[in-house]
Design a protein around this ligand. Structure first.
Ligand SMILES: [Zn+2]
Length: 309
């Protein structure tokens, strides 16, 4: 055990050094960097410099236990890999038909009023993939469950400063528009632990927390899990269902464009023209005309199916 410990200790120190460099090279405003304060591995290496000889083994053993814990990412059994750049990093994932998620430990990341629901926003023609919670800039955001910081990043036109945590129950949570970080990349966090300061960074029109639940990259309506009036969960378990997932709903919505034996089709919907179908399908108007023998000036019938390849 002691031999193994000695071998592994340099890894801790290397990790600590790597961490310092990573932070120094980030192009964040100074005030943001200054707010980052948690660097557990660095504390470990500082302690190691001042060791009493007899304490060495005990400390190293406890470090090893931490390492064993940290080497495994939460919910490793269902996730493939640990991507530290992107929220949605699971393009090739095979979703289970159903998956029961224990959400009983949940705490609100911040207790505030729900200001925007999950769902399609016609005004911006895009999905709003989370819930918005009102706050004041600088308010403390806490971790919704135990977990590990998978992404700590910045998106100028999106989330602003944001965090993604992965949790042992299989969920990931996203916290957007932050003004400061209180945790480091890959840091293990406890439920209720302060992880960030609320803000108004990125594509945001006022101070709020953009909060998402995701499962294997699939967004879940937070109001299916949380009662935002009572500020607590609705049920101890949330059952993710592939057929009821947002992706399935969007696929159903797009089912008017389907494929059959390599040939692609598009079902004409109300209000569509050859030009709008050409834009949607990426097939030119001329080609659509040829494939479907449509004459100039011919009126498209809603519900009719066009070949697009
Ligand atoms: Zn939002």
């Amino acid at each position: 055990m002691v031999k193994k410990s000695v071998l592994l200790l340099p890894c801790v120190l290397l990790f600590a050094l790597g961490n310092v460099q990573a932070q120094g090279s980030e192009s964040q405003p100074r005030s943001e960097v200054a707010r980052v304060k948690s660097d557990k591995p660095i504390e470990v290496s500082l302690l190691a410099d001042h060791l009493q000889p007899g304490l060495e083994t005990a400390l190293v053993d406890s470090v090893l236990m931490d390492l064993d814990f940290e080497e495994l990412h939460p919910a490793d059994e269902i996730y493939d890999g640990w991507n530290t750049d992107y929220v949605k990093a699971y393009a090739n994932v095979v979703l289970p038909e159903t998956y029961t998620i224990d959400v009983s430990d949940f705490v609100m990341p911040i207790e505030g009023r729900l200001t925007s629901h999950f769902g399609y926003r016609p005004k911006y023609r895009r999905m709003h993939k989370g819930a918005d919670i009102a706050l004041h800039i600088g308010d403390t955001i806490v971790a919704a469950f135990d977990g590990k910081v998978r992404v700590r990043s910045f998106e100028k036109r999106g989330f602003g400063y944001f965090l993604v945590l992965r949790h042992p129950n299989g969920l990931e949570t996203v916290y957007g528009h932050l003004s400061g970080f209180l945790v480091a990349q890959d840091e293990m966090v406890k439920v209720g632990q302060p992880i960030a300061l609320g803000g108004n960074t990125g594509r945001s029109t006022g101070p709020h927390l953009h909060f998402e639940f995701r499962f294997l990259g699939q967004e879940i309506d937070p109001e299916e899990i949380v009662d935002f009036n009572a500020l607590c969960i609705k049920e101890d378990n949330y059952v993710f269902s592939k057929t009821n997932s947002e992706v399935a709903k969007q696929q159903k919505h797009a089912a008017s464009s389907h494929t059959n034996g390599g040939v692609k089709y598009h079902r004409i919907r109300n209000g569509e023209t050859l030009y709008s179908i050409a834009r949607k399908t990426g097939v030119s108007v001329d080609k659509l005309r040829k494939l479907n023998n449509i004459k100039k000036g011919e009126v498209l019938k809603v519900g009719k199916t066009l070949r697009t390849s």
